[in-house]
Ligand binder design. Structure first.
Ligand SMILES: Nc1nc(=O)c2c([nH]1)NC[C@@H]1CN(c3ccc(C(=O)N[C@@H](CCC(=O)O)C(=O)O)cc3)C=[N+]21
Ligand SMILES: [Mg+2]
Length: 284
């Protein structure tokens, strides 16, 4: 026995092919390519890998990209000045400021200064509010990718017990709202949850986004469930998820691997949001 693997890499490739096609059609129609600006402050090695992957993914599908690598000691005002410039630039449709920012910079202020129309991360308060209200806006990339992965299993989300472990603004909260919009019954667990296992054991759909390697073991998983592992922590040089894969795989019905699960989908959804941004800014 054992779970079916949800192949995030394969699903990503298929969607990226569609995006590439869409970008070609847009180029034929308008003579322009969608454009993404990525801003990275400091030298965090993991962030550097992610940013390089985003750059490569843009090239692959024909999205124009600019990457700004700013020194660790960049001031809040310098960063805001760059964001404001990018807001004004016609050829830039999407802006992403890689998180986490160095401690001396205020993330909330920076995110609020990105034009909501260019906020392809979906982190701006306006887009977060729209998600909460069920209005159209940019949906954060990782949560959007997670819903796509769950739907790829053909398990109907409606009426299911979904448990989200983690309550970050980037993953836990928005994915909970998306699952609620899909008519799941949603429980959000976190570091102060009294009896985590009692919740996860009841989950038909389990999404884990805590950054705590191997937090969820097989005994905490409901038989036949869909398990989505958002964690990517490097442990002794090896990329490790929040779910103990070997034990959980024996119990779950479907499970995402790390690497090759949620990670590639996050970048694919960023490409999708960038195309969406261009289409709406070009009033097509
Ligand atoms: N403004 C902003 N937007 C983000 O979307 C954002 C961010 N900041 N900060 C960091 C997190 C994390 N994140 C990942 C993206 C791709 C992989 C990814 O491609 N992972 C590969 C492995 C990559 C590797 O080898 O390290 C995989 O899981 O297969 C992982 C994590 C985006 N984030
Ligand atoms: Mg994201």
């Amino acid at each position: 026995m054992g779970a079916q693997i949800i192949d995030g890499k394969a699903i990503s490739s298929a969607i990226r092919q569609q995006i590439k096609q869409q970008v070609m059609e847009l180029q034929q129609k308008t003579g322009k390519s969608p454009g993404l600006a990525v801003v990275l402050v400091g030298e965090d090695p993991a962030s550097q890998i992610y940013v390089r992957n985003k750059e490569k993914a843009c090239q692959e599908v024909g999205i124009y990209s600019e990457v700004y690598r700013l020194p660790q000691e960049t001031s809040q005002q310098q960063l805001l000045d760059l964001v404001h410039q990018l807001n004004e630039r016609q050829e830039i449709n999407g802006i992403l400021v890689q998180l986490p920012l160095p401690d001396h910079l205020d993330e909330m202020t920076v995110l609020r200064d990105i034009s909501p129309d260019k906020d392809v991360d979906g982190f701006h308060a306006v887009n977060a509010g729209k998600l909460l209200n069920g209005e159209k806006g940019f949906v954060p990339c990782t949560p959007k990718g997670i819903i796509t992965l769950i739907k790829s299993t053909n398990v109907d989300i409606k009426g299911k017990d979904a448990v989200v472990v983690g309550r970050s603004n980037i993953v836990g909260k928005p994915v909970s709202i998306l699952l609620l919009n899909e008519n799941a019954t949603v429980t959000i667990c976190h570091s102060k949850t009294a009896d985590l296992k009692s919740h996860t054991q009841r989950a038909d759909i389990l999404v884990v986004a805590t950054g705590k390697p191997n937090l969820i073991t097989g005994d905490m998983v409901k038989p036949g469930s869909v398990v989505i592992d958002v964690g990517t922590t490097r442990v002794e040089g090896k990329l490790t998820g929040d779910v103990h894969f070997a034990s959980a795989k024996e119990v779950a019905g479907w499970i995402t691997p790390v690497p090759g699960g949620v990670g590639p989908m996050t970048i694919t959804m960023l490409l999708q949001n960038t195309v969406e941004a261009a289409v709406s800014q070009w009033k097509l």
